[in-house]
Design a protein around this ligand. Sequence first.
Ligand code: ADP
Ligand code: MG
Length: 709
Amino acid sequence: MEAALLEPVKKGTHQLDYLFQPRSIAIIGASQKELSIGNVIIKNLVHYGYTGNIYPINPKMDEIRGIKAYPSIADVPGEIDLAHVIIPSKMVPQAIEECGKKGIKAVIINSAGFSEMGEEGIALQKEFLAIAKEYGIRIFGPNCQGIINTDPEYRAYCDFTFTFPKPGHISIAALSGGVGAFIMQSLFDLEIGMRLYASNGNACDVSIPDVIEYYGEDEQTKAIILYTEGLSNPLEFMEVAKKVTKKKPILAMKAGRTEEGAKAAASHTGSLAGVDISTELIFEKTGILAFNNEEELCQVAMAFATQPFPKGNRVGIITNTGGPAVIATDELVNSGLQLPPLSDRAKAILHETMLPEATIGNPIDVVATGGGKHYRSAMDVLMEEDTIDSIFINFVTAPFTDTNEVARNIVEVSQLRKKPIVCNFMTNMSLERFQETAKILKDGGVPCYSFPTTAAKALGALYRYGKTRSREIGLPKEFSDINSKVAEISLMQAKKEGLSYLPADRVYDILAAYGIPVAKWWLANDTEEAVNAAGNIGYPVVLKAESATLVHKSDKGGVIINLKTAEEVRAAAEKMKDSFGAKGLKLLVQQFLPGGKELIAGVSTKAGLGHLVMFGLGGIYVEVLKDVVFKIAPVTEVEAGEMLSSIKAAKLLEGVRGEKGINKEKVIDIIQRISKLVTDFPEIKEMDMNPIIALGDQVFAVDARIKID
Ligand code: ADP
Ligand code: MG
């Protein structure tokens, strides 16, 4: 069997077109053995109806699965766009060389035995990569499944899995083939079409960001499902993801969150960020929708494949039964949606069109006897309402109604694509009559769910994406009142002295140079100097023991607050000398700021990602309450604002029970200044200010620590 020769991929097109739109495919390591990858791939290509030429390469065979085989790549008569390599790893470099000579531009290496196998494998991977670079070949894999393009023009099933998806608009990028395959199968089970698929295993060349970028440019891809396990180049990933999510949604699984990394670090910020949160933060910063649950992700994808995105969070519900609408409402509200009342105009129309027993409001209950025309009128009315952005339908197939008629009406309105619709469709799918109803809805592109909560989650996700896409985080602020020289000198000095923690006076100097307000302070060498300083600062004061080895001062009696007189300062100083020893001990005298809210702001670092900025509820219970949030630096004003509003205790910042709220603008400003400081000085590894005391308009750091490389 020999297919008609198709034009090879046009030169000058996207490099990855050779991979995703191949006109001809060679299988190096094609095999006659039924149970081998070199056989299954050919079988899949044929079974799926690949439209191009297949060239099995095997020196010992004349044909494989009825297709003419060639002893080597060089013997193939026509041009080849893509080659699969399924041979022992040691022979791969030689095969890549031959591909290069033949002018092949994309190679999928299914074979394993490379970087995942230690030293020898790493060396082999390097070797073939160098050859590939020389010839301008893009390598997909190794140790991977491959790609699938469901486009009828190609039907390229370059993969050894067993799910044969219908063409559609969801594209999948998965590092792990196992996860990729089950997501593909889940979409298939849900009768959701798929567009492109890529599972790149070791990802030595074509990376997940490359694939996502490609999907971003693919017109037929409406939404992307992503599964990664850690990101090898987070900054590159962020750059690409930010661009793609502005165009189309990326739905991703959240990375596993374990406590393992959470060592008891000396600084608060270090230990609180120990949990692996960086992937989540990357998703958040780039507008990727993260999911905890793979089933929910696939279910949600169904809505993304067909529905437009809502302009706002206002939903109208149409139902023909009470309870499920109540359950749905709970979940909708949880997802940030609202149910506004209907306008008088809408009510007037519905009073004319609905059955007398119907409830006219939001939800609109068309009641169980309601038929196609009742649903239709309710939908038309909601489509016209300026105060409604999306529609949630609850549709129970009451046996005494013409359910097909209802379904047809839902489809007709849905296909106007004016506002998104999701449908909780409750039925008995073993009855032929209702199978027909379901088919009308599905063929009509109405996302149907069998649980109200799932349907509500899908609508919630559509809303989340709409909001994400229009969110502008802005650029990091430029400050004109910062004196970075002070910080530079202090940090250099500390490095020279081999210190890892900066002494308190240097820390406070740096904060001041960066415009971060600190409570009035003086670092005294002895008791009398402390008493003098207290007089200058003004009573009452706080006395703190300062020495290089002291981390949590208050644990050991190193903080004595509310000292009102010189005598009290003197007594406190003597007491500290007794407990900590006079040698090397300094006494930090500080203005006492009672009655404020204690906040924390800090910084930690993540390899490959840079600094994470933290904000939350501070004080000595910070590790217990863990009410903190992180963002990747640099943090913009918008993001800093989001940090304040996203902690659990956000309401406390407003002031409760007659208390005054805090000055949020000042805190937002401080967060940005910390972000600026660590961006200017990457050698700062950890930093925290705990607490920052906020009382009405006053916001001052009273304890701070900076750790350097
Ligand atoms: P450490 O964190 O090393 O134990 P801190 O300097 O943070 O020491 O002090 C511990 C606690 O003492 C703070 O959380 C705060 O409640 C209180 N405190 C410290 N300094 C002041 C101050 N200047 N004004 C008011 N309270 C303070
Ligand atoms: Mg502290």
